[in-house]
Design a protein around this ligand. Sequence first.
Ligand code: PLP
Ligand code: ZN
Length: 493
Amino acid sequence: MQSYLVPEPAGKLIYRCLGCGAEYGIEKLLYTCPNCGKVLLLHDPAFDRLKKISGSTWRQIFDYRKMLNIPALQGIYRFHEFVGPILPLDVVVYLGEGNTPIIESNARLQETAGARIFFKNDGQNPSASFKDRGMASALSYIQYLIRQGHVSEILAVCASTGDTSASAALYASFLQPHVKSAVLLPHKKVTPQQLGQPLGSGAAVFEIPGVFDDCMKIVEALSENYNVALLNSKNAWRILGQESYSYEIAQYFEYDLADKVVVVPIGNAGNITAVINGFLKFYETGIIDHLPKIIGVQSEHANPVYRYYLEPDPDKRHFEPVYVKPSVAQAAMIGNPVSMPRVIHLVEKYNQIAGYQRIYVAEVTEQQIMDWQLTANRNGHVICTHGGECLAGLVSAIERGLVERHEEVILDSTAHALKFSGFQEMYFEDSFPPEYGVTPKPELINAPELIRPADLEAVPEPGRPLSGAKLDRFVARMAEEIAKILDLKKVSV
Ligand SMILES: *Cc1c(COP(=O)(O)O)cnc(C)c1O
Ligand SMILES: [Zn+2]
């Protein structure tokens, strides 16, 4: 075991086309198959070497690695052999991503939701979303190409619903001066926080009329016609890094994933692709003995994957992109997910290996997303709207009989609540535009209260502090007023 603790570059990675099966070397950055145009996945043709090490040895390796003080092994590359076996550790870009906490929710929330639930808070990544897992992978690979002399100056581009660009710009800025970044965002369809992030990292930021799907078309044209590195999840390196999410869940639950359910939101479908692939790889190497149930969740305002799987007969299924409507799960507001062919391929494989259906897709309303997010926030969780979407999806799955009482559920909060605080504000102020269809529940609304007793002649103002008797009176009167509102009892002296 000891000789495996600090990984050395090994194995091989190639791009494999999901359409025609063609394989390509990775010396060049490829996003789609030059032969048939379909999406690619990275494949390790020497993967079977990992099966020569027993599942229990792997478990020990990962558990020991957790204790090592080596930065490159503290994030996603704790699972080096699975997320980037060819990379030497000195090219790893580690900004603190991965290893995010899994928090069991309190009894009250579990009772309300109807299941034993845990949140995996991927909002606690450096740019406050799970995208950092994939970006650490993509940029570590780019750093590898730079060190090898294959490339010198790189312009990294992406289209984004907000978080991809925040993450891409952050990781690219770390590799200055070799890597610069340009991001395309749908005009007015990202939150101010998400817009501020790439600006702060120094990226060239372009706002595009339309929705994400329109931005995606433009960066695809850029990546086909110009010499740029595409950082969307079409880039298979992103998927590879995001698989770490599954590995961390396995490790947290001591590799026992029997009766576990993992719930993830679906937008461009890169995340669910990675989650499925990750569990498959750990299962194939005997590190886990059970494939957990996976539930993907979509809002009814952006639900092409849900609609695809409504048809029970796989032979009759037909993928139809949808035109999205405004959604509070804004980072998942995507009508034509780039990774759909990967999902179709991997869902079939997953169910086949498990021997029965293990992957489901749930649909939720905007109202349910907001209500459940705020309910979770009120019970100690910093989950974002997409975390709320997962919780709402779980509740819907329980209603449909897809989740049983004895099962334990891990909900993916893909970003930090603060990125989407504008939606909370709209909820609290009842100012949602009608197309969202969200009506606030009075018991979930909260608002600040200005305390300004009419009988108080002086209050502090900027540059004009109070002192002496005026200050004493101000403090006493304000405390009295707050105590009255809160119905506080006086302590007896
Ligand atoms: C990107 C993103 C999603 C959607 O993930 P996909 O991989 O596009 O399916 C969900 N939530 C957040 C916060 C995101 O940033
Ligand atoms: Zn092909």
